[in-house]
Design a protein around this ligand. Structure first.
Ligand SMILES: [Zn+2]
Length: 139
């Protein structure tokens, strides 16, 4: 479906026009995050935790620059080494890279396992998200 608005088109990082964005069918205006961080979850809602597979996940709605920016900021923040998706993904994966070597996450140093556990345990659902001057605010 073409988005015929007077607004400037929304461009992705490659400069391609983006017309739709996938949002959570429970939370509406919350962009879903593309992830393989959890077993069986390609799409994940950072607000309610809904996990969905590749096909038929969420709802595709006409994109706005605001929604695009929020989705990009959420994805970047939650996939960073201090982010929830990164930490949870390491905990459930078969192997991870530590100091250049492929190891079982169970063989990580205790200090790193505790750091990951703290990030995961401190994550709370049902938060709200907004961008203020380009910075993601979780409240
Ligand atoms: Zn949701």
């Amino acid at each position: 479906m073409k988005n015929e608005t007077k607004n400037k088109p929304v461009l992705d990082e490659d400069g391609d026009v983006v017309e739709e964005i996938k949002v959570c069918s429970r939370c509406s205006e919350i962009p879903m995050i593309w992830t393989f961080a959890f077993n069986g979850s390609e799409w994940w809602c950072p607000k309610c935790g809904k996990n969905e597979g590749m096909m038929g996940a969420g709802e595709n709605i006409p994109i706005t620059q605001e929604l695009y920016n929020l989705g990009e900021a959420l994805s970047k923040e939650l996939k960073s080494t201090d982010g929830y998706l990164h930490a949870k993904g390491i905990q459930v994966c078969v192997a991870t890279i530590w100091k250049g070597e492929k190891i079982d996450p169970a063989d990580l140093p205790d200090k790193e396992k505790e750091r990951l556990e703290k990030i995961v345990n401190e994550w709370e659902y049902n938060k709200s998200f907004k961008l203020k001057n380009g910075k993601l605010i979780i409240y």
